[in-house]
Design a protein around this ligand. Structure first.
Ligand code: BG6
Length: 525
């Protein structure tokens, strides 16, 4: 297929000021207040792989406030020095900027301390409170605190209530107290409502930052820019022109040693309830009145509220689930899901799910949104494909247009970040023959700078009190409503089998049949 290059990269370079405008803009316009961050579950993987590397990267880019401090809180027996050594190792492995800069690390690490404690023991929070006061005095954090719940969700309620009991959730002096909550945020609608209630008992909703790391990805944020900073797409972004929308989040990795979590969770809860619902709402939302956090989230939540209810008794009309069996991924033999560590024998947990959803509103009435996600698929790719309707009248002979396909716009979220618009052109020659070509935009070619990790952006936004890229309580619950309808449907099905597919392929035959019977097929990105 022919590739049309983006409008000249040189042109873009010519119009870009020297340096890195994005980063400089952030530094000038967005400096958070001095603050301390307490990480509950600080000895875990998330802190090691994601949080600390992101914070170090922010320190390196001089985006952190002066005197920024981190207090780790966990039950592992460590002191501040061994905690720092452990974190440094994580930063060395996962920072975007390697090798690490010793001077920056040293100055960043001066603000790191550790409190050994039990999440459920109120007495241990007394020591945390003492440490926070010391940090305020020594490092000038002025009572501003960000609590990061990087623990399993069963601890959230107790952590919040212990913080409350020690008066660590509110202050009279105007200093802010915020909480960042990690997924999984609930197991179904009811448990999500319970968690929300527990968290909101300690913190006002505007101080709660529920992480969905997809919202921190540059390409996901760009959906808003693409839709609402350009005038030409909005008029065609509706049922009159769009035939269907296909959202794919395919992974080639398996469950990466997380068997006990995953076997209890499955693809629907792990990926669809959060990341995919967020992609769907960004694509389908109405233009917000402003970029204020609540203006954006109001529009997103309206999409989720407009999702057509799924009758659990007819769940197979809306959802397909499957599990990977053994196979080859990138030439390497991999075991089937049931052979993975800490997965129950004969497990029925889905590693693949495909959904058909409808957004019942004026703009999208009867336009299907097909979503699919899975582990151990043929390749890692996340994309949103907007399939437009065919032309209303066939002007060209069937011979001329035999290769013609309707227009297609693909937002490539990862790993090849960019966009492609497919349209028809005449093949040079004496006869009228048509074929599709792609007009392509690629981040890598257009910008000389790598994208920050999602956690960098999200941590910075939470420090700034900007909730735009975090999920609000009603959004989480609305997404769970649809997901719970599917879970209820599955739980009523005869419980003894789940389709299998070979690892390294594009999923089960059942998912192909699901689309084929509507005269459509999945893309093979
Ligand atoms: C996480 C899921 O939320 O997202 C993982 O728990 C999944 O199972 C991961 O692998 C995918 O994130 P990314 O950024 O690699 O697409």
């Amino acid at each position: 297929m022919t590739t049309t290059q983006p409008a000249s990269t040189n042109l873009q370079e010519r119009f870009q000021p020297a340096g890195n405008p994005l980063r400089e803009g952030l530094r000038i316009e967005r400096t958070p207040d001095p603050c301390a961050m307490v990480i509950f579950g600080a000895s875990g993987d998330l802190t090691y792989r994601k949080l600390m590397p992101a914070l170090y990267d922010l320190a390196l880019e001089r985006l952190l406030p002066a005197g920024f401090s981190v207090i780790g809180f966990a039950h592992r027996d460590m002191d501040a020095e061994s905690f720092k050594a452990h974190l440094r190792e994580g930063v060395e492995r996962f920072s975007r900027f390697r090798p690490i800069d010793d001077a920056i690390w040293e100055s960043f690490a001066e603000g790191i301390s550790y409190v050994r404690g039990d999440f459920n023991n109120p007495e241990d929070y007394e020591r945390l409170s003492v440490e926070l006061t010391a940090v305020d005095t020594q490092r000038g954090s002025m009572g501003n605190r960000m609590y990061y719940l990087a623990t399993p969700p069963e601890f959230y309620a107790n952590i919040v209530s212990c913080l409350g009991a020690k008066h660590l959730t509110h202050r009279e002096d105007g200093a802010w107290q915020r909480v960042i909550v990690e997924k999984p945020f609930g197991h179904d609608l009811e448990s999500a409502q319970g968690l929300n209630k527990a968290v909101n008992e300690g913190f006002d909703e505007r101080d709660v930052f529920r992480i969905d790391h997809y919202l921190g990805k540059e390409t996901v944020q760009n959906i808003l820019a693409f839709r609402f900073a350009n005038g030409i797409y909005e008029p065609i972004w509706n049922r009159q022109y769009v035939d269907h929308v296909e959202i794919t989040v395919a992974e080639s990795i398996g469950i990466e040693g997380r068997g006990s979590y995953y076997d209890d969770t499955g693809a629907l809860r792990d990926m669809a309830q959060n990341h995919m619902m967020q992609l769907l709402s960004l694509v389908a939302m109405e233009p917000p009145g402003s970029l204020h956090a609540d203006a954006v989230r109001d529009e997103k939540v309206k999409v989720l509220h407009a999702l057509r209810p799924i009758n659990p008794d007819l769940v197979n009309r809306s959802a397909v689930r499957a599990q990977y069996a053994d196979g080859f991924v990138s030439g390497k033999q991999v075991p089937g899901y049931r052979e993975e560590d800490r997965v129950a024998d004969g497990s029925l947990t889905e590693t693949y799910v495909a959904l058909k959803l409808f957004v019942d509103n004026w703009r999208w009435a009867d336009v299907p949104f097909y979503l699919r996600t899975g582990k151990r698929l043929a390749k890692r790719v996340t994309e949103i494909a907007v399939h437009f309707k065919p032309v209303p009248h066939r002007l060209f002979s069937s011979q001329a247009s035999q290769n013609l396909e309707p227009n297609l716009l693909v937002l490539e979220i990862q790993p090849d970040e960019g966009m492609a618009l497919k349209f028809a052109v005449k093949v040079p020659g004496p006869t009228m023959r048509l074929r599709p070509v792609n007009m392509v935009f690629q981040y890598g070619t257009a910008f000389n700078t790598g994208s920050p990790d999602a956690y960098e952006r999200l941590l910075l936004d939470a420090m700034l009190g900007d909730g735009t890229l975090f999920t609000r309580r009603d959004e989480v619950e609305a997404a769970w409503r649809t997901v719970t309808q599917i879970l209820d449907g599955w739980s009523n099905l005869p419980d003894d089998q789940i389709p299998q597919f070979e690892a390294g392929t594009w999923g089960p035959m059942e998912a192909d049949a699901f689309l084929n019977r509507e005269g459509r097929s999945w893309r093979r990105p």
